[in-house]
Design a protein around this ligand. Structure first.
Ligand code: ZN
Ligand code: ZN
Length: 300
């Protein structure tokens, strides 16, 4: 981040004036027309709005593509504050989104997906989600794993746990290599538990970007991380996602990038801070052609 690239002053809500050479140039981030990261009340930590509220909000704001990707259920795992239940919620989720897709088909494209962790020992389940439940897409959000009793295992055991960082990156990469996932959600979310970036962590972040590039998997700039989720990390004096240190690498590796609202409430769509993200991209010198307007689904 150099001073010459910093924003000089803001002209109004959506435009930023920046001094380049002797000229003021107006930068404006394109309004989002697609979002593939939308939760529902079933995950237990989103607002209790009906699914339709998200659709109406997206239409009102001019979105063309809306993907629902609530936290995936796993058979036999009951984690009511984190994810929907396979036995009780999954069918209802699919039928609700399907009927909204039909009802609003003239106004917006609606897709059914899930945000899901990758666990090697459940590999058959991912195939089943496509072949039996006919999902359009999966996005990889590696928050935790589950032991054989269905107990969650989160990655860091303590702040700055370097080995946990390595376990996270290894699992993320294992998941990316399966071909099930259309993009990686908040690839840098684990930084919420780190106050320092060691050389080892730095190399591991490069590794995520290298593999994503090799496999053509977009990396998400997670809007919710900035809007709602950063405060807990800030109280710990930790980094938070989306983290410029990570995305500087992604830009260097020429990774495809995609914004995800990660909506847990319809009003999260209103909270997208275009000015902030305009500056975020500008400070990284990000080539705007790296940013996707539309996602190509990968299905294996
Ligand atoms: Zn969530
Ligand atoms: Zn999410």
């Amino acid at each position: 981040m150099s001073f010459s690239k910093r924003t000089f002053f803001k002209s109004n809500k959506s435009k930023i004036l920046t001094l380049k050479g002797n000229n003021y140039i107006i930068f404006e981030m394109k309004k989002l027309i697609s979002n593939y990261h939308t939760h529902t009340f079933r995950c237990g930590h989103a607002l209790p709005n009906p699914d339709e509220d998200y659709v109406k909000k997206a239409i009102a704001l001019g979105y063309k593509n809306l993907g629902f990707s609530d936290h995936a259920p796993f058979k036999g795992i009951h984690h009511p504050s984190m994810r929907m239940d396979f036995e009780h919620d999954f069918e209802d989720y699919i039928s609700s989104i399907n009927s909204l897709r039909e009802k609003y088909k003239d106004q917006i494209n609606i897709y059914i997906g899930l945000e899901i962790e990758y666990m090697e020992d459940r590999d058959g389940y991912y195939k089943e989600l496509f072949n039996k439940h006919h999902l359009d897409y999966l996005i990889l959000g590696q928050h935790c794993k589950y032991d054989s009793n269905g107990e969650p295992i989160f990655y860091p055991n303590f702040i700055n746990d370097e080995n946990a960082f390595e376990r996270y990156v290894n699992d993320l990469i294992k998941g990316m290599k399966t071909g099930y996932f259309s993009y990686v959600c908040h690839p840098d979310f684990i930084l919420n538990y780190y106050q320092f970036i060691s050389l080892k962590m730095d190399k591991l972040m490069d590794k995520i970007c290298e593999v994503a590039k090799e496999l053509d998997i977009p990396l998400e700039i997670n809007i919710n991380g900035e809007t709602n989720n950063k405060y807990a990390a800030m109280r710990r004096s930790c980094y938070h996602y989306p983290c410029p240190v990570f995305f500087e690498k992604a830009v260097k590796h020429k990774n495809q990038l995609i914004f995800g609202v990660d909506a847990h409430a319809p009003q999260d769509f209103d909270k997208v801070d275009y000015e902030y993200f305009e500056e975020f991209l500008k400070d990284l010198d990000a080539d705007r052609s790296l940013i996707l307007d539309k996602l190509e689904f990968k299905k294996k």
